[in-house]
Design a binder for this molecule. Structure first.
Ligand SMILES: [Zn+2]
Length: 201
């Protein structure tokens, strides 16, 4: 007599299917200047959903592992108006940020950028800004940097302006002379070479 094998096993446990799609959170590669994507304009976020939450968590994680002070979504190749900036020593997520006011008083700070690693330059910007943005719950938040403790937030106003510039395809290297831009390129190449060397040790 021939045995019959059933293609189904009624007694096998049914694997549980997640009720909602699972979006993974991971560290992304940061685009390095002069990658042309960094010249692109980012667009407003309209959908606040789980995919966005996972993306924002990945953006924060990417900034954290790279020890950044700020990051914009375009830097990981995503053209949405989303940024993270340290506020009171905690990463603050800002979705669709808009600067409503800039102080007349300016301040010059050394600025760096995760997309231009190993390079810093002095940049003068308004000392304070009022920025309006959305949080993950799509609630409006208004932040006046003047109200922050300056000691722990002295780079926050510059960072907000730097990250919003990224959303409009503007890099802090754009205003540099040809000579300084070449110097910046050389420093980035050297930094990346040293990093690769250290990783291969
Ligand atoms: Zn930057």
């Amino acid at each position: 007599m021939q045995n019959t094998y059933s293609m189904t096993d009624e007694t096998a446990p049914v694997p549980s299917v997640p009720a909602k799609p699972v979006h993974s959170i991971h560290v992304e590669d940061v685009l390095i200047w002069p990658n042309p994507v960094l010249k692109e304009h980012s667009i407003e976020v309209v959908e606040f959903n789980e995919e966005l939450a996972a993306f924002c968590a990945s953006l924060m994680l990417t900034m954290g592992v790279n020890r950044g002070y700020g990051i914009s979504a375009v830097q990981i190749g995503n053209l949405r108006r989303i940024m993270v900036c340290m506020v009171d020593q905690k990463p603050e997520l800002m979705i669709n940020p808009v600067i409503n006011e800039k102080s007349d008083e300016k301040e010059t700070n050394w600025e760096g950028c995760l997309s231009v690693p190993g390079y810093h330059v002095l940049i003068a910007r308004p000392k304070n800004v009022v920025v309006t943005y959305r949080n993950m719950k799509n609630e409006e938040v208004v932040l006046n940097t003047k109200t922050l403790n300056r000691d722990s937030n002295h780079l926050t106003p510059a960072c907000i302006q730097h990250e919003i510039d990224h959303m409009d395809g503007v890099m802090f290297t754009d205003g540099l002379s040809e000579l300084k831009r070449n110097m910046a390129r050389t420093k980035v190449k050297k930094y990346l070479r040293n990093k690769r060397h250290a990783e291969n040790q």
